[in-house]
Design a protein around this ligand. Sequence first.
Ligand code: SF4
Ligand code: SF4
Length: 97
Amino acid sequence: MTTATVNLSIPKPPFRAACNGCGLCCRAQICELGEQYFPGAQAPCPALRLQDGKFQCGLALTPSALLGLRFNGDEILAPLFAKAIGSGQGCGMEDET
Ligand code: SF4
Ligand code: SF4
């Protein structure tokens, strides 16, 4: 896993179509969850990770390390964060008009 410093140019799918990991949403703006855990941070979100050629939310991958926890709670925390960011519900970034 690497930090999101690579500028991939995967086209964003339409709003609510399957997420393809283009990362545009989290590169452009930090969501409420990100603001809560990384107050004052500027986009791209510090939690954004590039894995297997796709951008993913690090809170839904390896939250324990990302949040500096002294234990590994990823098995419990990662699915909770995934649900909180709407993972599996399609692209959450509205299309520009
Ligand atoms: S979904 Fe994750 S990576 Fe994207 S802005 Fe929110 S906290 Fe950051
Ligand atoms: S939610 Fe949309 S903009 Fe964000 S990574 Fe997925 S496809 Fe790209």
